[in-house]
Design a protein. Sequence first.
Length: 499
Amino acid sequence: MTAEIGHFIGGKTVSGQSGRFGDIFDPNLGTVQAKVALASKAEVEAVIANAEAAQVEWAAQNPQRRARVFFKFLELAEKEKPELAKLLSKEHGKTVPDAMGDVQRGLEVVEFACGIPHLLKGEFTDGAGPGIDMYSMRQPLGVVAGITPFNFPAMIPMWKFAPAIACGNAMILKPSERDPSVPMRLAELMFEAGLPEGILNVVNGDKEAVDTLLTDPRVKGVGFVGSSAIAQYIYSTCAANGKRAQCFGGAKNHMIVMPDADLDQTVDALIGAGYGSAGERCMAISVAVPVGEGTANALMEKLVPRVESLKIGPSHDPEADYGPLVTRQALDRVRGYVDLGVKEGADLVVDGRDFVMQGYEDGYFMGGCLFDKVTPDMQIYKDEIFGPVLSVVRAHDYDEALSLPSTHEYGNGVAIFTRDGDAARDFASKVNVGMVGINVPIPVPLAYHTFGGWKASGFNDLNQHGPDSIRFYTRTKTVTSRWPSGVKEGAEFVIPTMS
Ligand code: NAD
């Protein structure tokens, strides 16, 4: 019998009531390994009511007590990290060491959330006027929702729930229906760590569940990560329903290779950032931009054999560079883009379309593909492919290289490889992209800084994690106080000023 995954609501695992299910595949084998319940509108509404009732008491707990739950959670999750990574890898298809990184980068935001007593401190002005003090405080929003993608099923749910809950909110997490088991387990661990029931709920589902969260007036804020079209839809629907939203979308990340770059280091960086996790990372490098023909030729000479010798294997193979893609649909989509690139006239130097994994013939495996002489008018340059496919766009000079990521529709991450400090500084200052790496291929900021792309990669005012997350999950109340001894005049009919 196929295993069934329900929801985590009110501190316990419950079965779905809608009678609707989604398939969870085993990407190594190409079979269905479980079914996940897809929540109905009525089920989501019941969770919202439950979360709303629980939130009041949680918000009233002092921040140190709230932080202690996260300290305990860190201890429990740290012990269980290898099992969490295996569970994640089995549904997603990324290698187990890569899945360990997925868990770890999430736990680092939990570590950040442990500082909530300090992070929540407000501002105070003593003597803002005669006998007047002024102070501001940060108060939770109430019930908030997190809607997350398949590609980081541990890290991104933790990026959402840790700051939200630390601030005193109750969260309803709607993880990807492709790989919900790790988010479910994380919620159980939060509960074991002492979180009261109703404060972190995992509701599995699809558009019906999401739309309920977006339109219900009791949900005050929504944090989303996924593809750009859905990010924009979530952002506009939340705005129309009077709730705040931060929605992070897709990407097309460039790596500029300057003529003075150390090519061995560059190729090492490129191969990991381009093909790690089968290219299913929002910060994957999908476009390499060598500057000058000499740089391009030298880069290709070193890069081609590395792409040809990538080691693809089942996700539990400790030697594999990367595993299968997440679903058959994703595999077909990526292969379709490679076909399109050939039709568009790009030079397919390494073709991994027909790769078959021995012993796993039905798995969603794909060999590394490398295109040379890609031009900005091609669809394979414009679209996010989200697979093990790297495009090389040859730039004549630095200005052209700078303009490529700057004028691209997406603006998540970008990197420059060079030994020239002036060039690097100029690039970091001028490039129209949200996160920049200088000789760092995947510049994902650490937990205490903030993460967020620009243009079609982010629909938001505030970024994820770091200080912005505390601003996003709270609202500011400002109090002006004066005691009777400070009252000097009678009635005032003119707006008070400090002149
Ligand atoms: P997706 O947009 O298909 O799904 C994301 C979430 O939205 C899921 O929970 C899904 O159930 C929900 N959803 C999907 N279609 C919906 C609809 N029509 N209405 C309402 N909800 C809907 O994304 P994905 O395939 O799971 O993830 C991959 C994408 O996420 C890539 O584009 C990747 O670049 C992006 N991503 C971005 C970041 C970032 O921080 N910018 C990080 C990771 C992934």
